[in-house]
Design a protein around this ligand. Structure first.
Ligand SMILES: [Zn+2]
Length: 199
């Protein structure tokens, strides 16, 4: 076997070092991009949470949604099922309708939908039908969620469109607003029952 000269060894070492430096730089770049995306996701989820609060003010289950296109919020929605007396009045459906109007297109390609609670089967279906690029979810909904809890309609390989899904953004706040709402509701029901007992 031919032995490497010192010069060859040195060159090889330099090549390896340059390669490693390049890898590290790429890794740092990807990490930075992920951090920036996380910050953006939290910002938009914060806006969805504000809409959830609007629903709570109407005595509706607090769920909020915003749709972002090219770095801008183009549509907002919040749950109004009881107010509108409509099963279609979910936050996501309202936002999808507005976004389509805004873009003059039923396709929501290049759009990211932020929602405080994991979508139900109707909304997950509409999200896929609209060919939404990405969905960011706050809290999961083990009892009714269709983005991974019961089924995962957003990422089924059998459909011609699959959504890029991020879960758990501002999860605690998104879940807390629901817990507070239901705790308040239980308290009110209890008080009403006690009042009835007194009558
Ligand atoms: Zn829904």
């Amino acid at each position: 076997m031919r032995e490497m000269t010192e010069k060859q060894l040195l060159r090889r070492e330099n090549r390896l070092r340059a390669k490693e430096e390049k890898r590290l730089a790429e890794e740092a770049k990807a990490q930075k991009a992920a951090q920036e995306q996380k910050k953006l996701d939290e910002k938009y989820m914060g806006q969805a949470l504000k809409l959830a609060k609007k629903a709570a003010e109407l005595d509706e289950v607090p769920i909020g949604c915003v749709i972002v296109h090219e770095g801008k919020v183009i549509a907002r929605g919040y749950n109004r099922r009881n107010t509108d007396k409509s099963t279609l009045a979910h936050a996501e459906i309202a936002a999808i309708r507005k976004a389509s109007r805004k873009l003059s297109d039923w396709r929501l390609e290049e759009c990211t939908l932020y929602v405080t609670l994991e979508p139900c089967q109707m909304c997950a279906g509409a999200i896929v039908q609209a060919r939404t690029s990405r969905v960011v979810i706050g809290a999961m909904n083990p009892k009714a969620g269709c983005a991974g809890s019961i089924v995962n309609l957003l990422e089924m390989k059998e459909f011609n469109h699959r959504v890029d899904v991020t879960r758990g953004v501002l999860e605690e706040q998104c879940s807390q607003i629901l817990k507070d709402f239901f705790a308040g509701l239980r308290k009110r029901v209890k008080e009403e029952n006690t009042n009835e007992d007194k009558m």
